[in-house]
Design a protein around this ligand. Structure first.
Ligand code: NAP
Length: 304
């Protein structure tokens, strides 16, 4: 492993999981951690999320040759500016933000002349905070790297190796392509979940008690996604606005088509659409990205 010291800024689900995963898989690598919230720093120290928890971002990054920003997308610029002056020459700066084009621009503005390789481990749960992290979060999950212009292949390779050693599968692509893919695989599904759970709780003719009682009919699977952190998701929709709006238009058109088929009593159209989607579910299970068990293996911390 070519990084000897990793600094983690933001010690919630993602930052904490990285710290615990480094301790488990890369015991020779030093870790420091910083979080803006003093209560989070205290809890992070108790859980051992990094070897040393620092009182400032500058102190945390001073010896690091890899710095990973694990803060909400909207806080990336502020977090980067806070540590900029203390970065070691040649240190690689990365992040775990769920959108990449905006983050790449913000980091480039805040850290001119530094080596920046934005990244997104496509792994998570609906939980957040310093108690949420666990060492196996990245096992068999994809981590997408979106290196900015001018970054060497050697540095990208070093970061790929780091993520692979934490158990992830690594792919490199442009930030623009990442944002389009994630808009449809993650951001729109979250928007749909937030909408349907909101709609159900606002209904007048169906009580909340009934919604909860009969939730196994499908609703409860949306509630897991709709329980995700509101700050994180607000920031994702604001930072990936263009790709989300593009995919939302396509989704609305498809939804309208299904609505039309229901209105017209066109059973064949409904059957064809639903058959196509079953095949996608099978492919996800075959690729090891979910579990065929009725609880999706979530009791084993297999969330995504
Ligand atoms: P989290 O559990 O809420 O942790 C984020 C932590 O960063 C919080 O403790 C927060 O403190 C702290 N923070 C905010 N601004 C800061 C700053 N300027 N300097 C230092 N610390 C700061 O969030 P998370 O789920 O780990 O998400 C972190 C990042 O990972 C986000 O960019 C998200 O898009 C990305 N991501 C999340 C998932 C997921 O499923 N959760 C998956 C993949 C990627 P406060 O609470 O006091 O603000």
């Amino acid at each position: 492993m070519s990084f000897g010291h990793v600094a983690i800024i933001g010690l919630g689900l993602l930052g904490g999981s990285i710290g615990l995963a480094v301790a488990e898989h890369l015991p020779g690598v030093g870790t420091t951690g910083y979080d803006a919230d003093p209560a989070v720093r205290t809890r992070a120290a108790e859980r051992g999320l990094a070897q040393r928890i620092c009182a400032t971002a500058a102190e945390a990054v001073a010896d690091a040759d890899l710095v990973i920003l694990c803060v909400p997308v909207g806080a990336m610029g502020e977090a980067a500016r806070e540590m900029a002056a203390a970065l070691k020459p040649g240190a690689v700066v990365s992040d775990v933000g769920s959108s990449k084009k905006t983050v790449a621009r913000v980091l480039a503005e805040a850290l001119p002349g530094h080596t920046i390789i934005p990244a997104h481990p496509v792994a998570g749960t609906e939980h957040s905070g310093p108690d949420a992290g666990f060492a196996t979060l990245f096992h068999n999950r994809w981590c997408i790297l979106t290196p900015v212009d001018g970054v060497t292949c050697a540095d990208t390779e070093r970061l790929s190796e780091f993520w692979a050693l934490l158990g992830a599968r690594v792919e490199v692509m442009s930030a623009q392509h990442h944002d389009l893919v994630l808009a449809v695989t993650s951001h729109i599904p979250h928007l749909i979940a937030y909408t349907i759970v909101g709609t159900a709780s606002d209904l007048e003719e169906v009580t909340q008690g009934e919604v909860i009682k009969y939730s196994a009919g499908g609703f409860r699977d949306f509630t897991r996604i709709a329980a995700s952190d509101p700050i994180m998701w607000r920031d994702i929709f604001l930072s990936n606005r263009d790709a989300v709006l593009e995919m939302l238009s396509r989704f609305s058109a498809d939804l309208e088509e299904l609505r039309g088929a229901i209105a017209a009593g066109d059973g064949q159209a409904l059957f064809d659409a639903f058959t196509r989607t079953r095949a996608i579910r099978r492919s996800i299970i075959e690729m090891g990205q979910d579990d065929a068990r009725p609880d999706f293996g979530r009791s084993d911390h297999n969330g995504g």
